[in-house]
Design a protein around this ligand. Structure first.
Ligand SMILES: [Ca+2]
Length: 259
């Protein structure tokens, strides 16, 4: 039996039950090597997922698909263990923005628009010697590295790969990050599936999730049904109800209603 079909079928079956949280855990466990794993991030101040390091010092690629309704959010981050090299992909006003540094300074590639349309979109990072190609759906742009060290970190030091956000503990250990500002980005709110690493020889691997926080069992939006947040606080759906992110307002309180 094809494992990805098996898992998708189980997920659909789970949506009809009342114990959705347990079901998602079962589906993740049954995924084993995470064939085509799909998950939904709540996009709160603490949500994240963690995957093994991407050992693409010179060659290899990484792909994933994402779907969301919010124009801003951190989609992907990895670095060389807090020295210089990093890759960061985020949505900025519905546009995908890659920032990278291979040791010679920061470079930015911006692709797509209207990516907060609730449809699935694909992104890929492809490393080939001195070139890094960023692909969003069917559009690509390539960065040509010209400094002395064009490798992405090294196998013994590279960080894990973070999708949707980083663990809150990094906030007290910013020196461990090559791009400390990543901790201040809004986190991705939406669904992600099919994270794949491909090595230079062409063999692909669906990677297994190591850790997570703030995964949702459903993408149902209570915020759309009844938004409790005042003063432009950002409503966050969680499995235990809604939360209000007041960090971008002048108000505090559970519903951003306290001056
Ligand atoms: Ca480097």
């Amino acid at each position: 039996m094809n494992m990805s079909t098996h898992t998708t079928g189980d997920m659909m079956e789970c949506r009809t039950t009342r114990i959705q949280t347990l079901c998602v855990i079962i589906v993740i466990l049954m995924s084993g090597t995470s064939w085509g794993l799909e998950f939904t991030l709540e996009g709160s101040l603490t949500s994240y997922t963690k995957f093994p390091p991407w050992e693409a010092s010179e060659n290899g690629s990484m792909k994933l698909q994402f779907r969301g309704l919010f124009p801003n959010g951190l989609l992907l981050y990895m670095d060389d263990g807090g020295r210089y090299d990093f890759f960061e992909v985020k949505l900025v006003e519905g546009v995908a923005r890659l920032r990278l540094n291979l040791g010679g300074g920061t470079y930015v590639i911006t692709l797509g628009q209207g990516l907060d349309d609730g449809e699935w979109h694909s992104m890929e990072l492809h490393r080939a010697s001195t070139e890094t190609t960023f692909t969003l759906d069917s559009i690509s742009e390539t960065h040509h590295c010209s400094n002395a060290d064009c490798q992405f970190g090294n196998a013994s030091r590279n960080s894990d790969v973070f999708v949707g956000g980083l663990p809150i503990e990094y906030g007290a250990r910013l020196s461990m990050l090559a791009l400390p500002s990543v901790m201040f980005e809004p986190r991705f709110k939406g669904s992600v599936r099919n994270l794949v690493y491909t090595d230079f020889g062409g063999s692909s691997e669906y990677v297994q999730m190591i850790d997570s926080r703030g995964l949702r069992a459903t993408d149902r939006s209570e915020c759309d049904e009844s938004n409790p947040c005042h003063h432009d606080g950002i409503c966050v759906n969680t499995d235990s109800g809604t939360l209000c992110d007041c960090s971008h307002t002048d108000y505090i309180g559970k519903q951003c209603d306290t001056d």
